[in-house]
Design a protein around this ligand. Sequence first.
Ligand code: FMN
Length: 258
Amino acid sequence: MDLFEAIESRRTTNTAFLKKKVSSEHIELLIKTASHSPSHFNSQPWRFIIIEDDMLIKRIAKIAGDSMVQLMDDGRFWKQYRKYFRFSEEETESSGDGIHIDHLPSYLKPFAKSIFSEAGGKVISKFRVSRILGNDEEKLVATSPLLFVILLTKEEYKKEELSGFYSVISTGCVIQTLWLVTTGIGMGMQFISTPGEIPENWKLISDMIEIPGTYEMMAIFRMGYTDPSVKRPVIDWKSSQRKSIKELAFKNVFGNSL
Ligand SMILES: Cc1cc2nc3c(=O)[nH]c(=O)nc-3n(C[C@H](O)[C@H](O)[C@H](O)COP(=O)(O)O)c2cc1C
């Protein structure tokens, strides 16, 4: 696949992957290409853990699903993220950002706005929305053939110092490399962020995969080969819209059109 095509067609994979192991050639390619990413002073502060063990994946999936339920039930999720939710093509188009909740079971559609609102607690519990989303999350992770974990050495990742900031940027470079390469070889990937929002759950996973105290776990992705014919999760979203160049970029000074 051409680089520009990969950049434009790269998407988060919200759906299940093919039930097929990722080949060792592809795993090697992912690590090799990731290692070519830029880092401050070529420090290469990252380390990777490739998880293929089914039991480990299932245990992490359970934590991811439980984290989703917990974040929703205590209201944190809605409070923090409500501003990113869009409910129609018009809303999505006019903001140019956020995620469009475009896939809901028909019995939930009339309540969409109230479910995804800070005041939606009653609707959420009546329709067990957090359970639906938690189950979807657990199932998606549990059925993934591979989890890709990115760590940073704490020698570089010092939160109060510039090297901490630089190593986070370097991690972003690795992530984009992985994302483009997976796109190019018919694979997909998705962040598993929910456990990261609950420090105890993040630690549970870190301990489970035996990350030493000298490293910090930065990100976990589910990966696999994409399946274009797969069914979408019960509640799902899309977010391919982008803001216009006019809104994003300026000439010489801020605010001046290109
Ligand atoms: C730091 C970060 C955290 C993210 N966390 C999640 C996540 O927990 N679950 C998820 O499905 N997508 C997650 N995403 C993906 C974004 O939602 C996605 O990139 C955005 O909506 C644009 O969609 P696209 O990747 O399909 O272009 C995350 C992306 C970033 C950069």
